[in-house]
Design a protein around this ligand. Structure first.
Ligand code: T46
Length: 137
């Protein structure tokens, strides 16, 4: 597993495979730096739709585009950046303090998300001013 570009949280995992096709493995602790409590995937999102618009109090997440591509805008109050997820071997680790917005979904995009906590609506910070209040220095 290696870090890609200057974005420390964008990882590239090993791709296995042979003449039958490719195989990519994700393991708790080895690949993902947290215990995985929940898995969900986002699919069927139209290209002109932007979603997310929140940070979390405690949930850490790993985003993998297992099919197609999308982009993720990140803001941790100190740095803003855009990440392209266009390969099933790229994993974007999101920390609770990463405000994130997903956009530019390709028609075949399946965005797999591994999360450190069970779903809790109270764990979301959906108001940007509140986000700055909680995480800004
Ligand atoms: C995130 C990004 C990457 C549930 O009931 N259980 C769940 O586990 C999830 C993830 C969602 N929901 C409900 C809550 C909403 O009524 O599903 C609906 C859509 O969720 P949301 O509007 O939060 O979807 P996104 O794409 O804005 O955000 C999701 C995750 O919620 C979020 O944690 O970081 O994907």
């Amino acid at each position: 597993m290696k870090k890609m570009t200057d974005i420390s949280k964008l990882l590239e995992i090993n791709q296995l495979g042979d003449e039958r096709g490719l195989l990519t493995v994700i393991e708790e602790k080895t690949t993902i730096p947290f215990e995985i409590k929940r898995i969900f995937y986002i699919h069927g999102t139209m290209p002109n739709v932007r979603r997310g618009f929140h940070a979390h109090y405690k949930t850490r997440q790993a985003l993998i585009c297992v099919s197609g591509s999308c982009k993720v805008y990140l803001d941790n109050t100190k740095r803003k950046t855009d990440v392209v997820l266009d390969s099933p071997i790229k994993i974007l680790i999101l920390e609770p303090n990463d405000w994130h917005e997903m956009y530019d979904f390709s028609p075949n995009c399946v965005l797999l998300v591994l999360a450190s906590h069970l779903y809790d609506a109270e764990d979301y910070i959906r108001d940007y001013e509140k986000f700055i209040e909680v995480y800004g220095s």
